[in-house]
Write a protein that binds this ligand. Sequence first.
Ligand code: UDP
Ligand code: MG
Length: 323
Amino acid sequence: MRGNTLYIVVPCYNEEEVLPETARRLGDKLRALMNAGKISPQSRVLFVNDGSKDKTWEVITRLHKENSLLCGADLSRNRGHQNALLAGLMTAKDRADMVISMDADLQDDVDAADAMVDKYLAGADIVYGVRSSRKTDTFFKRTTAEAFYRMMDVLGAETVFNHADYRLMSRRALEGLAQFKEVNLFLRGIVPMIGYPTDTVEYERGERFAGESKYPLKKMISFALEGVTSLSVKPLRMITGLGFLVFLVSLVMIVYNVVRWATGNTVTGWASLACSVWLIGGLILLSLGVIGEYIGKLYMESKARPRFLIRQVLDNAQEEDGD
Ligand code: UDP
Ligand code: MG
């Protein structure tokens, strides 16, 4: 029989406006699940402060004092959503039997957690929260996000469609995740690689409760690039394909030119020659760029930098262990 201690991990970056409400909702949810006997009294909410510039950590400290179900971990500096999430998951791993991760802004339906816990109790190791619709997202966010999933698919990065980082993972799945040592972290692509019994729960994604998105277009594009280049080598294979295609075209050109020569038309082709010089030059530069992208990754991986450093953990459930 598996244990039933639940930790809800919430990465927070400049979220002082939403945290009190989020804490109230998650605290209530935890208590309701405890009363229903589905989770143990050692269950907690763990807020991870990702080097916020506002009073997020002060708010977390205050919430922890007021309600012992609410805990916190303070990263040494801002490391980005994925690293903050990983820090939270790895901190919760040794204390919990199952961990649910969700955003601080209450866009993920808190009530879907019940179904996730049920599926865990029924034997699933990973339960993905899948958005049933994106009605509340702006047109821009929706189209760019859906284009993102399509692009990931075409470029060979396996992800769960319309699943963000709202999911439940068992301790066993988290121990698997801990063995992925990569620095270029794209959790949505790595989690499906872990395997084990998986399930999904559908939920309606709401609007951000307060504050503004920490994922502007610039970060979304770099997130997409990160995803593709850290998960898949398909772009490299595409270069090979492109090279082959250009080779075929040049064969046709040679035959064409020989025929032109044989028929006596010798003073032709200056324009096409100039064009092909530009074309080949462009293709070579593009290919070098993509290869460079991978070499950059190798370089970063070879440094094996720690992905996060935790300054402090607030969790009185563990105090008897001396933390
Ligand atoms: N976040 C973080 N570090 C960052 C940026 C964001 O921990 O550098 C957190 C943020 O506090 C939130 C989650 O990641 O809990 C998702 O961010 P957001 O809601 O702004 O993204 P969106 O829903 O707009 O894609
Ligand atoms: Mg959000």
